[in-house]
Ligand binder design. Structure first.
Ligand code: UDP
Length: 473
């Protein structure tokens, strides 16, 4: 068997492309040729990092496929999920993505890869792989825990047994007693009506079950009960190879993931260096979640009331959210990054003592890998599930009390609750416990990716599986 060649095709969204880039680098470090498939306007997410790693002898390529945005009623430059103008245009985006099937198949024909690793939101790629008799592996980009919770809710529909949105229900048959409310679920998860989103979810599930297996950015020690549960109960072949972000070892790679950061990395490090260990709270809500102006004001007041120094990555274009005199009052105490923050670089700094996060899976795992306690503030997608993993299973974080699933314009969390949760994980009598548990997970994460560690072995198994598939088919 010659060198293995994998195609990796992420959904066009930062939270999907960033881990795929890391995955490609990881494969290359183990001798696999990796080709990333993306659209012209997303090439920059990958190209610089690939250039930077060329001298290491790693073999990562990019192939581009045109994204038919205009043809599907989207703005011409709408090639990423966070650029979709409104929720009702999401189906157009998925439809445009599905029109990439033919060009993808031409590329497969030309390059004959051994395997296709594609995003869950590209369900039609299972058929493309089948056409060429190569295995398709699904990448959900989330935790085992979230997939197990989602599966139980779908099968048991426990939200039907409660009489109000705020009454809790038990998620049945899981290794832990996990309770949720209806307000924490997406509307299409609860509705019996057919909608374009529910059709999408169904297509994802069907193609998932027809694909060769599922690959996870996680590590065994983080959620052992759920790796076992997923394997036994959901019965899918799976490999766990993360945390992927740990493949970024030098400053450049940590500072520039997804986009060029809006602050000079040296300036950021200098600021962090001037602070005491565990004294900073880092606040960032990923690449998609958006808050109302009044929610931003509450957050600003909450940060001030916590008394802790902070770095806050703010993604809004206007400044209306800023309470009167906020920036002057917090001068020296707070650093506001307007735009894209060098997240992994910040989290890995020893001044950081807490991470206020929306519980997107990449951010969650980056926080875990850095050994930082979390203040959880889920907003949408499966973030409410990830919050439970952090606060109730790992016990490395405390929630701000966010209870309303909402993609855009989230609101309703009060400054007192924000300040309280930050103080709880950073300076209360419980803080040391949060810190030491978080540190233990950081150690486990590092061991998992080292030679002989569980994720290292997970990748070895995947490579063996694909080699034997290729030689017998
Ligand atoms: N990220 C970053 N700087 C920012 C915001 C986000 O580097 O200012 C990165 C973050 O490190 C993570 C990804 O973008 O790798 C966001 O993924 P996640 O799953 O946490 O959230 P999503 O954006 O998908 O909601």
């Amino acid at each position: 068997m010659g060198q293995l060649h994998f195609f990796l095709f992420p959904m066009m969204g930062q939270g999907h492309m960033i881990p795929i880039l890391d995955m490609a680098k990881l494969f290359a470090s183990r001798g696999v040729k990796a080709t990333i498939i993306t659209t012209p306007l997303n090439e920059y997410v990958f190209s610089k990092a690939i250039q930077r790693n060329k001298h290491l002898g790693s073999e990562v390529d990019i192939r581009l496929i045109k994204f038919p945005a205009l043809e599907n009623g989207l703005p011409e430059d709408c090639e990423r999920l966070d650029r979709v103008p409104s929720d009702d245009k999401l189906p157009n985006f998925f439809k445009a993505a599905a029109m990439m099937k033919e060009p993808l198949e031409q590329l497969i024909e030309e390059c004959r890869p051994n395997c296709l690793i594609t995003d869950m939101f590209l369900p039609w790629t299972t058929d493309s792989a089948a056409k060429f008799n190569i295995p398709r592996i699904v990448f959900h980009g989330t935790s085992y825990f979230a997939l197990c919770v989602g599966d139980s809710i779908r099968r048991n529909k426990p939200f039907k047994n409660v009489s109000s949105g705020s009454e809790t229900f038990l998620v049945a048959d899981l290794p832990h007693e996990i309770k949720l409310t209806r307000t924490q679920l997406s509307p299409f998860e609860q509705s019996d009506e057919e909608s374009i989103m529910s059709q999408m979810v169904k297509a994802v599930r069907d193609s998932d079950s027809k694909s060769y297996g599922v690959i996870f950015n996680s590590f065994y020690g983080l959620e052992p009960d759920y790796v076992e549960h997923y394997t036994k109960v959901l019965g899918r072949k799976n490999w766990v190879i993360g945390p992927l972000s740990l493949c970024n070892r030098d400053i450049e790679d940590k500072a520039e993931r997804g986009k060029k950061s809006s602050i000079d990395k040296h300036e950021c490090l200098k600021w962090l260096d001037s602070k005491k260990s565990h004294s900073i709270v880092y606040v960032c809500f990923g690449s998609v979640a958006k808050f109302t102006t009044s929610q931003m004001q509450e957050l600003a007041m909450g940060l001030e009331a916590s008394g802790q120094d902070f770095i806050w990555a703010v993604r809004t274009d206007n400044e209306e959210w800023m309470p009167e005199g906020f920036e002057e009052r917090t001068k020296g105490k707070g650093l506001i990054i307007r735009g894209w923050a060098p997240q992994v670089l910040i989290l890995d700094h020893e001044s950081v003592g807490a991470f206020v996060t929306h519980c997107g899976w990449n951010s969650t795992l980056e926080g875990v890998s850095a050994g930082v306690p979390m203040v959880t503030w889920p907003v949408f997608a499966e973030q409410f599930f990830n919050e439970k993993l952090v606060t109730e299973v790992m016990k490395t974080g405390a929630g701000v009390g966010s209870v309303q699933w909402k993609r855009i314009d989230s609101d309703g969390v009060k400054s007192e609750a924000i300040a309280k949760a930050i103080k709880r994980v950073m300076v209360s009598e419980e803080a040391e416990g949060f810190r030491s548990r978080a540190k233990a997970y950081k150690e486990m994460a590092r061991q998992a990716i080292e030679e002989g560690g569980s994720s290292y072995i997970g990748l070895t198994t995947l490579l063996q599986d694909i080699s034997s598939y290729s030689s017998t088919n």
